[in-house]
Design a protein around this ligand. Structure first.
Ligand code: ZN
Length: 486
């Protein structure tokens, strides 16, 4: 395979060559679990899922590490303010780990619905405090950090004398300061660009651990350097995440690795672009913050309908991962139709009878799909080729073209390999019409039950309820009838 990927560090497409032949180590920054996952969480998860799937398809043994941030992610993203999880725990009177467990379970459920495969390892920051303390000790020993009132800060100016702080985001030390605000912790720092490796916990801070410097907690950037190298080695192949993490998070990761280990850890830095909603950035304060659950249920004022998880996945893959994606109901409805076209073609494949000769070029489409994937995961091109394949299917069903037995096998494989295995689309899942018919049938049963109840025919009403429950449905009586979920 000749995969070329765009490396944020060199700002160019590079031929992918793994450090260890046949093996790939990839690390992706995972969620900070203090709230429900939204559309912005779906994009990196799906982007790197496709990379994971493609590398696996190409025969690599991939170790995919995606971390869970459950400590140290402070409100102001840098290293000031209250810990996001601790704040949620305080407001809801829960243990911080209850907050983490609750949202992590929901995150996993959403990811499964989106067809995102589980990573090989999902390490928690709070489970690696000892390793993070060791990492800080190395940075201190090498002279790139200092202790200030129980906290440990990375000495950016000192680092920048020999190395370039800002190389990933293309900044100089001076312009890394542009957006730095004056915050309470600044007095402890020698330079405003310095960032926390270890923070001394204030008395009200509920998540803290003992360390040689203070009772405290690790800085947010530290967990990824520590856990990445713990599970993938001092140097590893790919590090991914959203573009919003380039600075300061990944910039700080590079500095930490160089300061602790004497060299950089990552060969290829990959970043997915952001999702906007009607051209605006998503944000709680803007009222356009839609969780994945809300998309699946159609339960948000900006949504005109519910969307299947696979529609969301298809919608995201219709754009190249380095382009922006703008959400609108129209765009999602178009994605829904597009996916239905592919599913329809996939289900019609079984109705095609092979002839002696092919008048269609299946090998050509296969090659274009492979070339597109190898060209920095160009999923929109793969999808447009799958649409061409769907046209071929229709012309074959209508007997306007013919296909050999061998090509027919290849055509089926094209949908299975590129559609299902690599893009991770569940093509055999019921299409929109099937889903509607199925929902209609369940609604009808519940209506019959209502009627039975109105006629005091308790035997029939109980029978319908019990048998639906046995099939896995949850029936909830409401004032105007009943609601169901599976
Ligand atoms: Zn990270």
């Amino acid at each position: 395979m000749a995969l070329r990927i765009y490396n944020t560090l060199t700002r160019s497409k590079e031929l992918f060559r793994p450090i260890h032949e046949g093996h790939v180590g990839m690390y992706v920054c995972g969620p900070t679990v203090y709230g429900d996952a939204h559309l912005g969480h779906a994009r990196p998860a799906i982007t790197f899922d496709v990379l994971y799937r493609f590398l696996t398809y190409a025969g690599y043994k991939v170790r995919y590490v995606r971390n869970i941030t459950d400590v140290g992610h402070l409100e102001h993203d840098a290293d000031e303010g209250e810990d996001k999880i601790a704040k949620k725990a305080r407001l809801e009177q829960l243990e911080p780990m209850e907050v983490v467990q609750h949202y992590l379970t929901r995150y996993h459920k959403d990811m499964e619905a989106l067809g995102v495969l589980s990573p090989s390892i999902e390490p928690h920051a709070s489970g690696h405090i000892i390793e993070q303390i060791e990492f800080v000790k190395h940075i201190l020993d090498n002279g790139y950090a200092y202790i200030s009132d129980g906290s440990v800060y990375f000495d950016v100016r000192k680092y920048n004398e020999k190395h370039h702080y800002g190389k990933l985001s293309g900044r100089s030390l001076e312009n890394t300061l542009e957006n730095t605000r004056e915050l309470d912790g600044q007095a402890e720092k020698r330079h405003p660009a310095d960032f926390a490796l270890w923070k001394k916990a204030q008395p009200e801070h509920i998540m803290h651990w003992p360390s040689p410097w203070s009772e405290g907690f690790p800085g947010w950037h530290l967990e990824c350097s520590t856990m990445g190298t713990k599970y993938l080695g001092e140097t590893f192949d790919i590090h991914g995440g959203g573009m919003d993490l380039v600075f300061p998070h990944h910039e700080c990761e590079i500095a930490q690795s160089v300061a602790a280990l004497g060299h950089e850890s990552v060969h290829y830095w990959m970043h997915n672009n952001m999702i906007t909603i009607d051209g605006q950035k998503m944000g709680k304060s803007l009222g356009n913050f839609i969780t994945l659950e809300q998309f699946f249920a159609g339960d948000h004022k900006l949504l005109t309908q519910a969307y299947q998880p696979m529609t969301i996945r298809f919608f995201i893959l219709q754009a190249h991962y380095r382009s922006t994606v703008d959400f609108s109901n129209e765009a999602l409805q178009a994605a829904e139709k597009g996916l239905a076209r592919l599913r329809d073609a996939y289900s019609r494949l079984g109705r095609i009878a092979a002839g002696k000769q092919s008048t269609v070029d299946v090998a050509g489409i296969w090659e274009k799909c492979m070339d597109a994937m190898e060209d920095d995961l160009n999923t929109p091109i793969v999808i447009s080729n799958l649409f061409d394949a769907a046209k071929i299917v229709n012309s074959l069903v209508d007997q306007k073209a013919s296909i050999s037995q061998e090509d027919l096998g290849k055509l089926k494989e094209l949908f299975t390999v590129f559609g299902e295995q690599i893009l991770g689309l569940r093509l055999s899942e019921g299409d929109g019409n099937q889903t509607k018919a199925y929902a209609g049938a369940v609604d009808l049963l519940l209506k019959l039950r209502q009627e039975a109840k109105a006629n005091k025919d308790w035997a029939t009403s109980d029978k319908i309820r019990n048998e639906l429950t046995a099939l896995g449905f949850t029936i909830k009586d409401t004032k105007d009838g009943a609601e169901w979920t599976l």
